[in-house]
Design a protein around this ligand. Structure first.
Ligand SMILES: Cc1cc2nc3c(=O)[nH]c(=O)nc-3n(C[C@H](O)[C@H](O)[C@H](O)COP(=O)(O)OP(=O)(O)OC[C@H]3O[C@@H](n4cnc5c(N)ncnc54)[C@H](O)[C@@H]3O)c2cc1C
Length: 381
């Protein structure tokens, strides 16, 4: 008879849930992961998947260094059936105002002090290195040649498949209806009308974590915000770095197959997990990006989509045990969580198995909100 038990249940098959399942299965832990839809169907598969070490808080800089170390051999490690399209073509933040450039310099100083080889570039240096970029009006930029981007869907799915090969149970199209607790202790979840039992539950459901945590009385200050992207037809790959413009939040990357991803932040987007498309985004992003990279004029748009950020008040993640014993929270990654899959998965394993974490993550504790001890990430988009 099928035993509906596991040592650990993971709720949510985004990059953090799948990486956590992989790390735990590798460590011999009996893990079951439930995903409401298909693996990567949340923020993970909808992300631009930029990978950067450009952060302004020490914990994020240290975790980002680890992520980059992992990405260089991840495809092989996960036995990925489809290419992860990891492109280490660099990532550049461009500043248009003194205050932005001052912050970039502070971030780069911190990164350098921790061993990350990022640099500040002058407008002339940017123009000389990438003559096809038309970044009129910039006063400087921060660049790291080790950074880049990846395919978020094949990466997330590769984590999930490798977890399965190592013995994890991975169930898609299986929405968890609620968490189960007895007294102050987690006991499992209800999924597809059945109870599954475990002493530990890891909540990696992105913005959907908030209503799920509430089913056992845990309040999470995590809320959704819709963000948009589009992809163009393929053009000749020219190893363009990923570029983020700090005046209007526009960004772009070229995938190894030659297509471009274009994105642009818009504070007016709905605060919802519902996806949808708007002409306003299409028009705004194409005007903004085409003026910066005119060689893309005439290139056709293939499709556009949207997905949710899972924002916290300080744009930092929550990785902590909840007040209900055995419930581990890993969510609230805002707009930068895809690239933290490798470190997020490792932290889940370390915390679940009672090991010390490889980086001090006390700043990610849940209680910081109640204690009014927020710590803002200055390098967030
Ligand atoms: C447009 C856009 C661009 C982005 N760009 C970048 C970027 O360049 N770099 C970067 O690092 N990050 C980026 N992000 C952010 C990144 O996508 C997220 O931070 C990250 O993917 C979060 O991963 P996750 O595993 O925590 O959550 P998610 O990927 O959201 O996964 C949560 C999963 O939980 C599932 N779920 C929900 N409810 C239930 C339930 N009841 N039962 C079971 N499963 C459930 C969902 O279906 C979903 O698959 C971007 C996001 C968007 C939307």
């Amino acid at each position: 008879m099928h035993q509906r038990t596991a040592d650990v249940i993971i709720v949510g098959g985004g990059v953090h849930g799948c990486a956590g399942a992989y790390e735990l299965a590798k460590a011999g832990v009996k893990v079951a992961l439930f995903e409401a839809n298909y693996l990567s169907s949340g923020g993970s598969g909808r992300s631009a998947a930029g990978i950067r070490q450009h952060f302004g808080t020490e914990v994020n800089c240290r975790l980002a260094q680890y992520n980059v170390q992992c990405f260089t051999h991840l495809e092989e490690e996960l036995g990925a059936e489809l290419p992860l399209d990891y492109a280490q073509w660099g990532y550049m933040w461009v500043a248009y105002t003194d205050s932005c450039l001052d912050q970039l310099k502070k971030n780069v100083d911190l990164q350098n002090s921790l061993g990350t080889p990022s640099v500040i570039m002058t407008p002339g240096e940017v123009k000389a290195k990438w003559p096809y970029l038309r970044l009129d009006g910039i006063i400087g930029a921060a660049f790291c040649h080790q950074d880049g981007h990846i395919n978020p869907q094949t990466m997330t799915i590769a984590y999930g498949r490798q977890a399965e090969r190592l013995g994890a149970t991975v169930k898609t199209h299986s929405p968890v209806e609620r968490l189960l607790a007895s007294g102050d202790k987690i006991t499992g979840v209800v999924v597809n009308g059945e109870e599954w039992h475990a002493d530990k539950v890891v909540l990696t459901a992105g913005p959907w974590s908030t209503p799920l945590a509430a089913t056992v009385g845990v309040e999470l200050p995590v809320s959704p915000e819709r963000h948009n992207l589009l992809v163009t037809e393929q053009v000749e790959p020219f190893q363009c770095p990923m570029v983020l413009c700090l005046d209007d939040g526009a960004y772009f990357k070229q995938c190894p197959n030659g297509s471009f991803f274009l994105g642009r932040d818009d504070a007016g987007e709905p605060k919802t997990t519902e996806s949808g498309n708007s002409w306003k985004f299409l028009e705004g992003v194409t005007k903004s990006v085409l003026s910066r990279i005119p060689v893309l004029s005439g290139v056709r748009v293939v499709r556009q989509w949207s997905g949710p950020y899972d924002n916290t008040p300080d744009h930092q993640a929550i990785i902590d045990w909840a007040p209900v014993e055995g419930l581990l929270i890993n969510c609230g990654w805002s707009g930068h969580g895809l690239q933290f899959g490798p470190s997020g998965g490792r932290l889940i394993r370390e915390m679940v198995t009672g090991q010390p974490t490889f980086v001090d993550i006390r700043r990610f504790r849940l209680a910081r909100f109640a204690e009014n001890d927020l710590f803002f990430e200055p390098a967030y988009i």
